[in-house]
Design a protein around this ligand. Structure first.
Ligand SMILES: [Zn+2]
Length: 177
């Protein structure tokens, strides 16, 4: 995945395994090598930023990669049903969902519709961040990784959960400790 990301960042994407042969090959069954839980941001499609192909990644996307039981179930599906042993929690620079949540919390405004559920999910990392979006993003990655590592089903499947941060400026993904 790191090699694919370096290709993408360098403008040398190969778009591997995206041809009709691959489509036919995976039509009968899939075995993605990793689950990526990432943000819905239109600028961070995991298959593109990791230069991956059809059937390579099981991708779960929510605003600011917030997690609830349905999202956790989707992540669990990779290791449980498809033997994917790597789970990557991918946050990113200038996350709009985190920015909106920070603003709502700072100004104590109530967002419309179901958006307050995103704000509530990010409130724990707002506290102590000084409202800095990048600090919140990184803290939220760490927190999400910790919650998935504590998941009994994922640890029972020996899934490795890692955090990563995508730079919109450089296109590079870096591990988050
Ligand atoms: Zn985002």
């Amino acid at each position: 995945m790191q090699r694919g990301n370096r290709r993408w960042a360098a403008g040398a994407s190969r778009r591997p395994r995206q041809d009709p042969d691959r489509r036919r090959q995976v039509a009968a069954g899939q075995s993605p090598y990793a689950v990526v839980l990432s943000c819905i941001d239109s600028r961070v499609p995991p298959e593109v930023v990791f230069d991956a192909g059809l059937g390579d990644l099981l991708v779960v996307r929510t605003a600011a990669h917030t997690v609830d039981p349905l999202v956790t179930a989707a992540v669990q599906f990779g290791p449980q049903a498809l033997q994917a042993r790597l789970v990557v929690v991918l946050g990113h620079q200038r996350c709009g969902a985190v920015s909106a949540a920070a603003q709502a919390l700072r100004e104590q405004e109530t967002l419309p519709g179901e958006l307050p559920s995103i704000v509530a999910a990010l409130e724990p990392v707002y506290t102590g961040s000084g409202g800095e979006v990048d600090v919140m993003v990184r803290a939220h990655i760490v927190r999400t990784v910790a919650s998935l590592r504590a998941d009994a089903l994922l640890s029972g499947q020996a899934a490795t959960v890692v955090g990563a941060y995508y730079s919109l400026d450089t296109g590079l993904v870096r591990r988050v400790a």
